[in-house]
Design a protein around this ligand. Sequence first.
Ligand code: SAM
Length: 175
Amino acid sequence: MRKVCILRLGHRPERDHRVTTHVGLTARALGADGMYLVGEDPVIVGSVRDVVERWGGEFFIEDKVKWKHCIRQWKERGGIVAHLTMYGLELGEVVAEMRERTEDLLIIVGAEKVPGDVYGMVDYNVSVTNQPHSEISSLAILLDRLFMGQEMGKKFEGAKIRVEPCEVGKRVIEL
Ligand SMILES: C[S@@+](CC[C@H](N)C(=O)[O-])C[C@H]1O[C@@H](n2cnc3c(N)ncnc32)[C@H](O)[C@@H]1O
Protein backbone atom coordinates (compact mmCIF):
# COMPACT_ATOMS: atom_id res chain seq x y z
CA MET A 1 0.00 0.00 0.00
CA ARG A 2 1.46 3.41 -0.93
CA LYS A 3 2.29 5.87 1.84
CA VAL A 4 0.90 9.41 1.83
CA CYS A 5 2.67 11.91 4.12
CA ILE A 6 2.62 15.66 4.65
CA LEU A 7 5.55 18.06 4.82
CA ARG A 8 4.57 21.22 6.70
CA LEU A 9 6.81 24.18 5.77
CA GLY A 10 7.21 27.58 7.38
CA HIS A 11 5.66 26.77 10.77
CA ARG A 12 6.04 29.75 13.14
CA PRO A 13 5.56 28.46 16.71
CA GLU A 14 4.37 31.85 17.94
CA ARG A 15 1.44 32.12 15.47
CA ASP A 16 0.83 28.87 13.56
CA HIS A 17 0.31 26.57 16.50
CA ARG A 18 -3.38 25.89 16.00
CA VAL A 19 -3.27 25.72 12.19
CA THR A 20 -0.30 23.33 12.14
CA THR A 21 -1.99 21.09 14.72
CA HIS A 22 -5.07 21.06 12.52
CA VAL A 23 -3.00 20.22 9.44
CA GLY A 24 -1.78 17.14 11.34
CA LEU A 25 -5.21 16.16 12.65
CA THR A 26 -6.84 16.65 9.24
CA ALA A 27 -4.11 14.61 7.55
CA ARG A 28 -4.61 11.79 10.08
CA ALA A 29 -8.42 11.82 9.95
CA LEU A 30 -8.48 11.85 6.15
CA GLY A 31 -6.18 8.91 5.60
CA ALA A 32 -2.58 10.18 5.51
CA ASP A 33 0.16 8.21 7.27
CA GLY A 34 2.23 10.93 8.90
CA MET A 35 3.55 14.48 8.96
CA TYR A 36 7.04 15.97 8.84
CA LEU A 37 7.28 19.38 10.47
CA VAL A 38 9.97 21.90 9.56
CA GLY A 39 11.05 23.57 12.80
CA GLU A 40 10.81 22.45 16.38
CA ASP A 41 7.51 22.35 18.26
CA PRO A 42 7.28 19.72 21.00
CA VAL A 43 3.80 20.93 22.00
CA ILE A 44 2.33 20.14 18.56
CA VAL A 45 4.16 16.82 18.43
CA GLY A 46 2.74 15.99 21.87
CA SER A 47 -0.85 17.01 20.99
CA VAL A 48 -0.90 14.96 17.77
CA ARG A 49 0.66 11.92 19.46
CA ASP A 50 -1.87 12.22 22.25
CA VAL A 51 -4.72 12.06 19.71
CA VAL A 52 -3.14 8.99 18.09
CA GLU A 53 -2.75 7.34 21.50
CA ARG A 54 -6.44 7.84 22.33
CA TRP A 55 -8.12 7.65 18.93
CA GLY A 56 -5.94 4.96 17.36
CA GLY A 57 -4.11 4.34 14.11
CA GLU A 58 -0.43 4.68 13.32
CA PHE A 59 -0.13 8.30 12.20
CA PHE A 60 3.35 9.64 12.96
CA ILE A 61 4.64 13.16 13.46
CA GLU A 62 8.28 14.20 13.32
CA ASP A 63 9.59 17.74 13.91
CA LYS A 64 13.02 19.37 13.38
CA VAL A 65 12.91 18.25 9.75
CA LYS A 66 15.09 19.98 7.11
CA TRP A 67 12.78 20.49 4.14
CA LYS A 68 15.32 20.10 1.29
CA HIS A 69 16.71 16.95 2.85
CA CYS A 70 13.19 15.58 3.39
CA ILE A 71 12.18 16.14 -0.26
CA ARG A 72 15.45 14.75 -1.63
CA GLN A 73 15.33 11.68 0.59
CA TRP A 74 11.68 11.05 -0.31
CA LYS A 75 12.55 11.14 -4.02
CA GLU A 76 15.70 9.04 -3.61
CA ARG A 77 13.50 6.38 -2.03
CA GLY A 78 11.30 6.41 -5.14
CA GLY A 79 8.49 8.66 -3.88
CA ILE A 80 6.75 11.52 -5.68
CA VAL A 81 6.04 15.00 -4.31
CA ALA A 82 3.08 17.37 -4.71
CA HIS A 83 3.07 20.98 -3.50
CA LEU A 84 -0.25 22.66 -2.71
CA THR A 85 -0.17 26.20 -4.03
CA MET A 86 -2.80 28.54 -5.48
CA TYR A 87 -0.44 29.08 -8.44
CA GLY A 88 -0.30 25.39 -9.47
CA LEU A 89 -2.24 23.29 -11.98
CA GLU A 90 -5.87 22.74 -11.10
CA LEU A 91 -6.46 19.73 -8.87
CA GLY A 92 -9.04 18.30 -11.28
CA GLU A 93 -6.43 18.20 -14.07
CA VAL A 94 -3.84 16.21 -12.13
CA VAL A 95 -5.55 14.21 -9.40
CA ALA A 96 -6.44 11.20 -11.58
CA GLU A 97 -2.79 10.81 -12.60
CA MET A 98 -1.64 11.25 -8.98
CA ARG A 99 -4.11 8.58 -7.88
CA GLU A 100 -3.05 6.10 -10.55
CA ARG A 101 0.62 6.35 -9.65
CA THR A 102 1.68 3.81 -7.06
CA GLU A 103 4.72 5.60 -5.59
CA ASP A 104 4.60 6.99 -2.05
CA LEU A 105 3.30 10.56 -2.11
CA LEU A 106 4.61 13.52 -0.11
CA ILE A 107 2.24 16.53 0.02
CA ILE A 108 3.80 19.90 0.86
CA VAL A 109 1.80 22.67 2.50
CA GLY A 110 3.14 26.09 3.45
CA ALA A 111 2.37 28.67 6.11
CA GLU A 112 4.20 31.87 5.23
CA LYS A 113 5.76 32.38 1.77
CA VAL A 114 7.10 29.07 0.46
CA PRO A 115 10.77 29.11 -0.72
CA GLY A 116 10.94 29.47 -4.53
CA ASP A 117 13.08 26.32 -4.89
CA VAL A 118 10.16 24.16 -3.78
CA TYR A 119 8.26 24.81 -7.04
CA GLY A 120 11.06 23.30 -9.13
CA MET A 121 11.83 20.34 -6.86
CA VAL A 122 8.37 18.76 -6.90
CA ASP A 123 6.52 16.57 -9.40
CA TYR A 124 3.25 18.49 -9.13
CA ASN A 125 2.36 22.04 -8.12
CA VAL A 126 -1.36 21.69 -7.42
CA SER A 127 -4.02 24.33 -6.83
CA VAL A 128 -7.38 23.91 -5.17
CA THR A 129 -8.94 26.84 -7.00
CA ASN A 130 -6.64 29.74 -7.83
CA GLN A 131 -7.97 31.76 -4.90
CA PRO A 132 -6.04 32.21 -1.66
CA HIS A 133 -7.40 30.19 1.26
CA SER A 134 -5.82 27.76 3.66
CA GLU A 135 -3.46 24.82 4.01
CA ILE A 136 -6.12 22.92 5.96
CA SER A 137 -8.86 23.26 3.36
CA SER A 138 -6.57 22.58 0.41
CA LEU A 139 -5.12 19.49 2.10
CA ALA A 140 -8.57 18.16 3.03
CA ILE A 141 -9.87 18.51 -0.51
CA LEU A 142 -6.76 16.96 -2.07
CA LEU A 143 -6.90 13.94 0.27
CA ASP A 144 -10.61 13.45 -0.31
CA ARG A 145 -10.21 13.58 -4.11
CA LEU A 146 -7.13 11.37 -3.99
CA PHE A 147 -8.85 8.68 -1.91
CA MET A 148 -12.24 9.28 -3.59
CA GLY A 149 -14.06 9.38 -0.25
CA GLN A 150 -12.79 5.92 0.80
CA GLU A 151 -10.86 7.52 3.68
CA MET A 152 -14.17 8.23 5.44
CA GLY A 153 -14.47 4.55 6.34
CA LYS A 154 -10.93 4.19 7.66
CA LYS A 155 -10.57 2.05 10.80
CA PHE A 156 -8.19 3.35 13.46
CA GLU A 157 -6.70 0.26 15.07
CA GLY A 158 -5.91 0.29 18.78
CA ALA A 159 -8.29 3.17 19.60
CA LYS A 160 -9.21 3.66 23.26
CA ILE A 161 -12.18 5.80 22.35
CA ARG A 162 -14.63 5.84 19.44
CA VAL A 163 -17.67 7.90 18.50
CA GLU A 164 -20.88 6.07 17.68
CA PRO A 165 -22.72 8.34 15.22
CA CYS A 166 -26.17 9.32 16.41
CA GLU A 167 -28.90 11.63 15.24
CA VAL A 168 -28.99 13.76 18.37
CA GLY A 169 -26.48 14.19 21.19
CA LYS A 170 -23.12 12.49 21.68
CA ARG A 171 -22.34 8.80 22.03
CA VAL A 172 -18.73 8.04 22.93
CA ILE A 173 -17.55 4.49 23.50
CA GLU A 174 -14.54 3.73 25.72
CA LEU A 175 -12.91 0.61 24.33
C1 SAM B 1 -2.33 30.79 3.99
S1 SAM B 1 -1.45 30.26 2.57
C2 SAM B 1 -0.14 31.43 2.44
C3 SAM B 1 0.65 31.31 1.15
C4 SAM B 1 1.74 32.40 0.97
N1 SAM B 1 1.15 33.70 0.99
C5 SAM B 1 2.49 32.16 -0.34
O1 SAM B 1 2.46 33.02 -1.21
O2 SAM B 1 3.11 31.10 -0.48
C6 SAM B 1 -0.66 28.84 3.26
C7 SAM B 1 -0.71 27.61 2.41
O3 SAM B 1 -2.04 27.28 2.09
C8 SAM B 1 -2.07 26.50 0.89
N2 SAM B 1 -3.03 27.13 -0.03
C9 SAM B 1 -3.66 28.31 0.14
N3 SAM B 1 -4.48 28.55 -0.89
C10 SAM B 1 -4.36 27.49 -1.73
C11 SAM B 1 -4.98 27.14 -2.97
N4 SAM B 1 -5.87 27.91 -3.56
N5 SAM B 1 -4.63 25.97 -3.55
C12 SAM B 1 -3.73 25.15 -2.95
N6 SAM B 1 -3.13 25.43 -1.78
C13 SAM B 1 -3.44 26.57 -1.18
C14 SAM B 1 -0.64 26.48 0.36
O4 SAM B 1 -0.02 25.25 0.71
C15 SAM B 1 0.01 27.65 1.09
O5 SAM B 1 1.40 27.49 1.22
